[in-house]
Design a protein around this ligand. Structure first.
Ligand code: URA
Length: 412
């Protein structure tokens, strides 16, 4: 069966639902080995999967493990980011949406490459647990209104094996395989509606708007085949989204934003856009004004505290968090404009520096497009081993202002 399936995909045929189901089942029970699965994955990279194949693969992957289910009267939303730098959207949008009365169940991952992971960030809050038993997770969603926990090993074991194999065999970049991998984990998480934040740009896994839009459309279409409501935003990731890069340092930025302190306009817009889409999917009328109201009243911040306390952390622990005192300033070497910021380099550096010092990392003071004079502060590197030189090398200065880039390229 497998040899024939590989041949057919190699020749560009679409495989039927039963073949996808049998392939994943056989891969999980060891009848199909890694060599055959890698060959099929490579054929998928070259030939692509149509929407119905992506849905069939998603269904087969969900069936490989456990799933959560919420009663329909408890409408639950979830969000997913395809990965970025200084992406604090989950930390902000989850409590913000819950503060507006919509339940949010967020299963998150860890850092991958230069991109940050919400679980690593949350774990910098003293006492906070991210490994929750499934019944404790669903009970918290019901009682508090939101929870953020690490993906359970019991969900979609086929994705864990297949993702590792794809990473090893350079077969990650296939829109169908990526969509099945993402949507299967969301479906197993049990929410009724998903918002996908598909990042696009030099620091994203998708570099080009056309491809990112195609992925966004596929994510929405496949989710809908599972009876889920879904929307996607294609958003820019050509520079860090917020001001802070690291783990605890990003929690501090999210905390201060939720507390109503001055926030960077780009991160504020990014968080509000995702929260607005989540509220709209839950049927909230005037979702943006509702979200702004929950921010201004302090309800979103109080919901963040409630979620942290339900997971073993405390208000005192969150409010005591400070960026590490070891600071290395990075200044502009000459007059000009910031023409680019290498967010991949900054993401890698901050990941290193925040490993032993959770509130170490980077704070960006100037964004792409800013006019700077020699000696102006560009960024600060925090941590005993942080290097101002490495951060300075990530800032490109030029004589002309770059063209402005929108934050959102498309909403599907
Ligand atoms: N993220 C996922 O979860 N899966 C992929 O295949 C790619 C990115």
């Amino acid at each position: 069966m497998m040899r024939r399936a590989i041949e057919r995909k190699r020749e560009g045929d679409a495989l039927d639902d039963a073949t996808w189901e049998a392939t994943i089942a056989a891969y999980m029970d060891g009848t199909v080995d890694d060599a055959q699965m890698a060959a099929l994955a490579m054929a998928c990279v070259w030939r692509g999967l149509d929407r119905s194949e992506a849905a069939a693969l998603t269904r087969a992957m969900v069936a490989s493990g456990a799933s959560l289910q919420y009663p329909r009267e408890l409408f639950v939303v979830d969000k997913h980011s395809s990965g970025g730098v200084s992406d604090i959207v989950s930390l902000v949008a989850v409590p913000l949406v819950a503060a507006c009365g919509v339940k949010v169940a967020k299963l998150s991952g860890r850092a991958l490459g230069h991109t940050g992971g919400t679980i690593d960030k949350l774990e910098t809050i003293a006492g906070l647990r991210t490994t929750l038993a499934m019944d404790a997770f669903t009970a918290q969603v019901e009682r508090v209104g939101c929870a953020i926990a690490a993906q359970s090993e019991a969900f979609v074991p086929a994705d864990k094996r297949l993702y590792r194999l794809r990473d090893h065999t350079a077969t990650v970049p296939s829109i169908g395989l990526i969509a099945a991998s993402i949507v299967s984990k969301k479906v197993a998480g049990g929410a009724h509606a998903f918002v996908f934040d598909v990042k696009c740009g030099t620091a994203a896994f998708m570099r080009d708007v056309r491809q990112a839009t195609e992925l966004a459309q596929t994510l929405v279409a496949v989710s809908q085949q599972f009876g889920r409501r879904a929307r996607a935003v294609v958003s820019d990731m050509s520079e860090p989204l917020g001001r802070s890069i690291g783990t605890g340092i990003e929690v501090i930025e999210a905390r201060d934003f939720l507390r109503g302190e001055d926030a960077d306009a780009r991160v504020r817009d990014g968080c509000l856009q995702i929260a607005t889409e989540m509220l709209a999917l839950a049927g909230v009328s005037d979702p943006r004004a509702t979200a702004l109201g929950a921010l201004r009243s302090g309800a979103a911040y109080e919901k963040f505290i409630e979620m942290i306390e339900a997971q073993g952390g405390s208000r005192a622990a969150l409010e005591a968090m400070r960026v590490t005192a070891r600071a290395h300033e990075v200044k502009a070497s000459h007059d000009g404009f910031v023409t680019a910021i290498d967010a991949v380099a900054l993401g890698h550096a901050a990941r290193e520096w925040s490993t032993n010092e959770p509130t170490g990392g980077i704070r960006v003071a100037m964004r792409v497009g800013a006019r700077v004079a020699k000696g102006d502060l560009l960024a600060v590197a925090y941590g005993a081993h942080a290097s101002a030189k490495r951060v300075a090398e990530a800032f490109m200065l030029g004589g002309e202002a770059p063209a402005a880039r929108p934050l959102a390229y498309a909403t599907i």
